[in-house]
Design a protein around this ligand. Sequence first.
Ligand code: S3P
Length: 437
Amino acid sequence: MSASATASKSTGLRGVIHVPGDKSVSHRSVILGSLAQGKTRISNFLMGQDCLATIAAFRAMGVPIKVDGTRVTVSGVGLDGLKEPAAVLDMGNSGTGMRLLSGVLAGQDFLSIMTGDSSLCSRPMMRVVAPLREMGTHVDGREGGEKPPLVIRGGKLRGIEYNSPIASAQVKSSILLAGLYASGPTTVSEPSLSRDHTERMMKAFGVDLVSDGLCVTLTPGKTLKANTINVPGDLSSAAFFIVAASLVPDSAIILRNVGINPTRRGVFHILNKMGANIECSHQRESGGEPVADLTVRTAQLHGVEITHEEVVKAIDEIPILCVAAAKAKGKTVITGAEELRHKESDRLAVMASALRELGAEVEEYPDGMAISGGAKLGSGTFDSHHDHRIAMSLIIAAQTATGPLTVKDTSCIDTSFPGFFDLLQSIGGNSTREESA
Ligand code: S3P
């Protein structure tokens, strides 16, 4: 069964909503909880397929994990307590799951094999495979280790100093997780600061870790202590509703309990530059992460330049920002975003072509695109390319389009945002889902 959805113009989005828990924080809470001693209690866990695949992988390695609604209790087995999985670990659609687990598996004295769906099996893995090999693990995969499935025979590792050529939290986190199993300190530096959830959470679990600008050093040897984690709402999921409320006339919505980690805040900077009306209130800490309530009202957006530095801090929000740009006054130019070609789909190509088909003027570059805004978006039928963020971006675009817009294969939305359609409907958005065989 696959589900398609047809969405159309809405008139005024209103209400108070909670988006589901943060995907990055949810993955990490299960990983570190599994490697800790004692019970880690997680609330507001993201019950998306990506994070469920991470739970399944740790269960397959002998970690007792209880799920009750969005509460998860992980009975940690300690750094050396994982068992060889009896079967291949299926990471589904999740690049984060596969890359972060590679780091953990690199330190295990057993054989493991990870695979995923066709999208994941076409994504680049050498970015983690190369440094993990340098640390001393044996990793193989298709195309010499560039593509999954990955076969890992872990064991004793040495600490390395790694200068990552890309700003990627997945790469940084994979190496830091392997660093827990190394004989000496591991340092990772990156060209600009990617999301720092791993660093924050590792410190909370008692790992000896020092961040210094673009550099982070982990010294192994500490036992991880179980923790209590209340996962903040996912800013990347909130972004769809922030843009929707900005674009749909006569809208005013409140999003409660959204994570506003500074390394993720690019979407605010960009939307504020574009003239959005977003108010951040009731700022507080939750699970070692800053959170706030956001009030968003309709605003006339205008085109801006979005640079590489901003892209890194809004890496998952670029597709929905492209929709905002298409409706803004004037031109938006995005550069330094070629990493988007390596996500669940080639997000630059897919968004450029979809917006063009809807009537916008778009020039695609190898590392970004220029979007001439102010377009009247029309109608059409689009493939999600099995990419949750593409599917949701197009459903939001439809809320301001003149005609109905159909997205085929929207089941991928469940990887990161179960309940997306219900939440959209609850604030007055227009969409209907149809199951097809
Ligand atoms: C993530 C890091 C980002 C992001 C992904 C989640 C993470 O990927 O796109 O959705 O949780 O570490 P990169 O680090 O590869 O940019």
